[in-house]
Ligand binder design. Structure first.
Ligand SMILES: C[S@@+](CC[C@H](N)C(=O)[O-])C[C@H]1O[C@@H](n2cnc3c(N)ncnc32)[C@H](O)[C@@H]1O
Length: 287
């Protein structure tokens, strides 16, 4: 297994890892995705983390319905801490995980009981030793440039193999700054996959079934996040007034804007994005 200290992980990826790890500490979930809320919660019910876990189980069950019969080997790109991989292992698939984060590696190996090899690398840098029947991008496509994703997957798949992608996509290309702006522009990703030799077999828009998780995050942030920030600020104001003045300046300069945007995440999602599951098949390769 590669030594994590020898692997170069770019700063942007380290920021993402820090956020993902924070989420893991909060939820204790083996999944890092939004989940699939079916049936939809009714608007008067309070959303809970327990319901999120149920939605996350339903999401991987939903993805399973997209996996074609006859699929055996799966490369789970951006595998997180192994929730999806464990689900697939339990159903008889041969799975390998890949992510550029030593913390996720540790969790993945323990979650999968060492049943699935883990590759500590970015997808873009992954060196192929064999090919796969299916490559899964469950909420990891947004971290990989469209051409790298399409060409990399084509290189790693058997001829006629499948790419299963589930993620937020931008339907509005003019939305290019802010909380969800790293998501692919839907038609740009589509064009890259077609150019690399893929055909779209099946797709489903599950935006409605994903959106309650955004509402849950906003509610929790409003209740616990903001009150915690205010409490810490009050303590600092009493204990170290000059530090409070400095933090207040930093808050007004950088953080306030992020908070306002975070609280508007549902509106931004509804206006500019969708969430799709897409199954693509690679053309047969010429021998
Ligand atoms: C939102 S999490 C999704 C985790 C998991 N697939 C799931 O559905 O629970 C995004 C994942 O993509 C990984 N990731 C980020 N950049 C990547 C890259 N360049 N190559 C491969 N994985 C990457 C993260 O480390 C993380 O595991």
């Amino acid at each position: 297994m590669p030594n994590p200290n020898l692997i170069h992980i770019p700063k942007a990826t380290r920021y993402q890892n820090a956020a993902l790890n924070y989420y893991l500490e909060l939820t204790g979930s083996p999944y890092l995705h939004y989940g699939y809320w079916e049936p939809l919660p009714d608007s008067s019910t309070e959303l809970t983390l327990v319901q999120l876990r149920t939605a996350q189980e339903a999401y991987i069950a939903k993805l399973l319905t997209f996996i074609p019969v006859g699929t055996n080997t799966v490369l789970d790109v951006g595998c997180g801490t192994g929730g999806n991989a464990t689900y697939l292992l339990d159903r008889g698939f041969t799975v390998e995980g890949l992510a550029p984060d030593p913390f996720q590696q540790e969790k993945f190996v323990s979650q999968t009981n060492g049943q699935a090899p883990f590759h500590l690398t970015k997808f873009e840098d992954f060196k192929r030793t064999h090919s796969y029947d299916l490559i899964l991008f469950s909420e990891s496509s947004q971290y990989i440039a469209a051409l790298d994703l399409a060409q990399g997957a084509a290189r790693l798949l058997n001829g006629g193999g499948y790419l299963l992608l589930a993620d937020m996509l931008r339907v509005d290309a003019k939305y290019h700054e802010g909380i969800f702006s790293n998501c692919h522009v839907s038609n740009v990703l589509h064009a890259a996959l077609v150019q690399a030799g893929f055909n779209l077999v099946k797709s489903e828009d599950i935006s409605t079934q994903v959106a309650p998780t955004i509402d849950l995050c906003i509610n929790n942030f409003r209740t616990f996040g903001l009150s915690t920030i205010k409490y810490i600020a009050a303590l600092v104001a009493i204990a170290v007034p000059p530090l409070h003045a400095l933090l207040r300046w930093i808050f007004n300069r950088w953080i306030q804007k992020l908070i306002v945007e975070g609280l508007e995440a549902r509106t931004i999602f509804d206006r500019h994005l969708c969430y799709e599951i897409q199954l693509w098949q690679l053309s047969e390769k010429d021998e």
